[in-house]
Design a protein around this ligand. Structure first.
Ligand SMILES: [Zn+2]
Length: 394
């Protein structure tokens, strides 16, 4: 608009006037006018240029790397809320989304499926529809699971399914610093489908890992028993009515599991199943142990409010407010299957409450205590291995 009116004025002034003095004055006038127009146009152009920068970069971000935008959207929302009073300034500031230098959330995602461990090309993949739908359902069911955390969590469909055909979802987290061989940790929750707080706690810990990194390689199966967890109301047992933590193929299972079941008065919630390791969820668990070869397993339960441990290395004395209290070994239990039969220490965390996860502070303290134990454990494993190598060499 302003530009157009200037041009009109210019053409009017440059109109016919035969007087030479007036011609010279007109010529000078036109030159001044041209200069003014040049200055004005340059100014306009540079203003447009400034404005176009954030727009362009966000376009690049959205077309080139959709996941970066998706991932940053919760942060962006928070920042936008903060900057709400002066939206003009916020709009001109370069937005935080186009950060190609941002470290990938989970480098080196691997899939564990029927064909073994498959290395995926990269982490900037949107979740598959299977994972997205699982995340939505989980966030609805479990307190402490945010859909955005879940969607950006690089979970993968293992290809295995529960009795009712629900996908068994897994996530691999690589060590964040150069710590190859420093230890593999398998973290499992919701073996009992009605222990919802176990899932919320695992998600909290994964957020802590995302923030602070980890020296270990983790494999996380947040919902071992989806049929129990998504049942209305949630059930301890799977869709076959089997207690998965009494069904693993442990030594002497056929007799011991029957004796056990008689002892508990044939309580349906503790039915060990018809045969050892019969359940698809447990077949998947056993395969994870075989493929991933964890050095230690953390199994999340509730609501006994204690810490249980099976293994030769000294037990963790406490995690947060939970104190060590050995619950004993059961036929078909994970502690029995992994620790007694395969020599893999198993920490069983029994949270206080089956529905609500502990407070943020408590979960953080638990995770700190867990990591201190893991550090001690893996240091001891490395020392034992080094001295073994040393004595072999000598
Ligand atoms: Zn349990």
């Amino acid at each position: 608009m302003a530009n157009g009116s200037f041009k009109k004025k210019g053409s009017a002034q440059g109109g016919a006037n035969p007087n030479p003095k007036v011609l010279v004055a007109g010529w000078i006038g036109s030159m001044v006018l041209v200069a003014l127009i040049t200055v004005f146009v340059t100014y306009q152009f540079s203003e447009e240029g400034d404005q176009s920068q954030p727009g362009d970069s966000s376009q690049v971000a959205s077309s080139g790397d959709e996941r970066a935008v998706e991932k940053s959207s919760p942060d962006t929302q928070i920042e936008n809320e903060g900057a709400a009073p002066d939206s003009q300034v916020a709009a001109n500031e370069p937005e935080p989304a186009p950060e190609p230098a941002e470290p990938p959330f989970m480098p080196g995602l691997k899939l564990v499926g029927p064909r073994g461990i498959v290395q995926l090309a990269g982490v900037n993949l949107p979740p598959s529809e299977t994972v997205a739908s699982w995340c939505r359902d989980l966030a609805q069911r479990v307190s402490g699971v945010e859909p955005s955390d879940c969607m950006s969590g690089a979970f993968a469909d293992s290809g295995h399914k529960s009795v009712n055909g629900r996908p068994l979802i897994v996530r691999r987290i690589e060590p964040s610093r150069n710590a190859a061989g420093s230890g593999r940790v398998l973290l499992i929750a919701a073996t009992h489908g009605d222990e919802l707080s176990s899932v919320g706690t695992v998600f909290d810990w994964m957020n802590i890992i995302a923030d602070k990194g980890t020296p270990y390689e983790w494999q996380v199966a947040p919902v071992l028993n989806p049929d129990g967890l998504f049942h209305e109301p949630p059930t301890r047992v799977n869709a076959n009515g089997v207690d998965l933590n009494r069904n693993l193929p442990t030594a002497g299972w056929a007799k011991e599991s029957r004796d056990y079941w008689r002892r508990v008065g044939f309580e349906k919630r503790r039915f060990p199943g018809e045969s050892a390791g019969s359940e698809p969820e447990n077949k998947w668990l056993a395969e994870q142990i075989k493929q991933f070869k964890p050095d230690v397993i953390i199994s999340m339960h509730a609501p006994y409010g204690v810490l249980d441990y099976d293994g030769d290395f000294p037990a963790p004395r406490k995690m947060g407010s939970l104190n060590l209290h050995r619950l004993g070994v059961y036929p078909g239990s994970l502690g029995n299957f992994a620790s007694r039969m395969q020599g893999i220490p198993v920490i069983t965390v029994e949270l206080d409450d089956a529905d609500e996860p502990p407070t943020d502070r408590e979960m953080a303290q638990m995770f700190t205590d867990l990591n201190e134990w893991l550090d001690r454990y893996f240091r001891s494993v490395r020392q034992a291995s080094a001295s073994r190598t040393g004595s072999e060499a000598g």
